[in-house]
Design a binder for this molecule. Structure first.
Ligand SMILES: Cc1ncc(COP(=O)(O)O)c(C=O)c1O
Length: 385
């Protein structure tokens, strides 16, 4: 059961960790970039060990067995029947977002996305000299929602692509069947391609919710969707750079492959090895992970709910909490929390100033300590006002 003990400390300092190196020796608990502090499943670690032991690290291609494992997993978990020929392997999902922009839209075309959103969604169109159109999500009574009226109003004659994120980073929504049907119907009416980033699809926390791949809802959806997925968030292997696109529309797939030519490197051999092991043998670890994350999520919701000046909606999926801290600072509230010893992501990077994103994919004692620091800071701020 050692595999499942998420309370075991792992020192990530001086391990070339983006998350932990940011603050060096300063006493700031890093709860920002989206990786978790947990060891990956033993199956992954052992498979990598065997690959190292082999000691020849030549160029590689995705093995047939890997494609079979992925196709089987998509069928079993999501009832989604995918032809292995429709898989395109990528060294990262951000790369997939950028390739999608380049393959679907021309320079100066419009590319839409809904904010707040994971920052590379905001830069991918700009990288391709396209016009970024952002549509705010609605801060509903109980949850964040798609504003379909505003979305449709924001479409122009040059809108070619919607960069969509489901489950949504940072608001943690799992979009339901009705929402996906409406989204596809609008995109179909205006002939817009959907790039659906589903990297968080295996991190559904609510027992009564399930992930539905956008492309799986109808033939029409499949024909206009580029799906992006990865094992990286699920099994905590983002540093191994392995993800994939599913594109059933042959024209769209060919354009995507064409846009990758010469600039997108192959996935490395450890990425393939870890992905196959994780998808084949990592699911018991994953079930235990979800239980642990549910506990962390509950703690975050309870504590944030009790803090002066902070508000968040329930997290349906992901290990990310999206917190309204605009009464602390309407522009850059993460600065305040950093001074209090907690490193959060700044909402302005997600196109939504006044908010912070908290990554609770860490040991519970560390999370508790961070929340205590935040509580102390919010208390002293409200007393000083
Ligand atoms: C929605 C979303 N897409 C993509 C990524 C990053 O993917 P990759 O590291 O494979 O480029 C993240 C990482 O946090 C994410 O949250």
């Amino acid at each position: 059961m050692k595999d499942f003990n998420f309370d075991t400390p792992v020192d990530r300092c001086n391990t070339a960790s983006l998350k932990w190196d940011r603050y060096g020796n300063r006493d700031i608990i890093p709860l920002w970039v989206a990786d978790m502090d947990f060891r990956s499943p033993t199956a992954v670690i052992e498979a990598l060990g065997r690959r190292v032991e082999h000691s020849v690290f030549g160029y590689c291609v995705a093995p047939k067995s890997l494609n079979e494992v992925v196709v089987e997993m998509l069928g079993r978990r999501y009832g989604w029947q995918v032809d292995p020929e429709h898989l395109v392997w990528l060294p990262g999902l951000v790369c997939g977002l950028n390739v999608a922009c380049r393959s679907v839209a021309a320079e100066h075309d419009d590319v839409m996305t809904m904010v707040p959103i994971y920052p590379p969604f905001l830069t991918a169109p700009v990288n391709s000299k396209q016009e970024l159109v952002t549509v705010p999500l609605k801060d509903g009574k109980e949850k964040w929602e798609i504003d379909f009226v505003l979305l449709e109003q924001s479409i122009t004659k040059k809108t070619r692509l919607l960069l969509f994120c489901n489950p949504q980073n940072p608001v943690g929504r799992v979009f339901n069947h009705e929402e996906l049907v409406e989204l596809v119907s609008i995109c179909s009416k205006h002939d817009i391609i959907i790039c659906s980033d589903e990297i968080h699809c295996d991190l559904i926390l609510d027992a009564d919710k399930k992930h539905i791949p956008t492309a799986s809802i109808s033939q029409e959806a499949a024909a206009r969707t580029i799906t992006l997925m990865a094992p990286s968030k699920t099994f905590n292997i983002p540093g191994l750079g392995c993800s994939f696109a599913v594109i059933s529309n042959r024209d769209l797939r060919n354009k995507f492959l064409q846009a990758m030519q010469g600039i997108v490197p192959y996935v490395n051999i450890f990425g393939f090895t870890a992905t196959e092991a994780a998808y084949r043998d990592g699911w018991d670890w994953h079930a235990a992970l979800l239980e642990y994350l549910r506990g962390n999520s509950k703690l975050v919701e309870k504590e944030i709910g009790s803090m002066e000046g902070l508000f968040m909606h329930h997290v349906e999926a992901t290990y990310l909490a999206w917190i309204d801290a605009s009464s602390i600072d309407p522009l850059l509230p993460a600065r305040y929390f950093e001074k209090a010893g907690v490193g959060l992501s700044e909402g302005s990077d997600f196109g939504f100033p006044g908010f912070v994103r908290l990554n609770f994919g860490c040991r519970r004692v560390l999370l508790r300590e961070a929340l205590q620091r935040m509580k102390k800071m919010t208390k002293s701020k409200s007393i000083s006002e």
